[in-house]
Design a protein around this ligand. Sequence first.
Ligand code: SF4
Ligand code: SF4
Length: 243
Amino acid sequence: MTELPDFNDPSLPTIVVGHPAIVNFRGEEVPVPPLLLEEAMKELDRLENELDRGEISSETGKRLLRQVYDVVDRVGEVVSPGMSCHSGCSACCRVMVATTASEAALIDERMKRGREEERLVWKQGIENRNALLESLSSRTIPPSDLTTFKGLVDTCEMYEHENQPCPFLGADRLCQIYEERPLLCRICWVLTDPADCLPGEGPPVKFRTRVFEKAHALCGAISATHFGDDRVSPIPYWFRSDG
Ligand code: SF4
Ligand code: SF4
């Protein structure tokens, strides 16, 4: 059984943000119904209990991950009117997004469902970003391992300065794999001015709940249990030709 931290610990704050209150940059209070968070935590607890019951397989892992996504999306739908994020606002799609094996598997499924011309553009973007990632990771001493959290941390600032969009960001600044985007893209809610998300600005103040923290831990646990893979890597790195 994969042990997760106790996110139900009452000493943990329900909301962790850099502001004293849940107020956005427009000065509006953001309502976060406690019952919604409570029910979301119960659902995540249920998924945690299901983690290693039944068949251990990538199909089970993908099913569980989709259920985790459903839980965080339900919270996202309720809080989104109070957030700064809106369609086409995409500075956050120019940072290094850390993903696990199970999330990469859903992105892989989405790519396979894409049209041929889309797949070609994605493939080219992935190759370009991976060449950049390899080049940046070789500049640290010692070179950064982009399959570890430390390697990502050591390289992410350099990557952000390159101002490169995610390979799945369309020319219309919309996510082309929206329904299968990874967890971090689903829980990246910001209370401050969207301008604070631009490279070199900010830092933006993010909205956080225990629900998101637990969902994040579950993504790792699902990947370890059902994919036998506890690595974490930038999105394109999972799809490198020699990977
Ligand atoms: S995280 Fe920042 S850049 Fe991304 S949608 Fe929200 S406000 Fe816009
Ligand atoms: S997967 Fe989609 S939402 Fe996430 S960084 Fe890429 S384009 Fe943006």
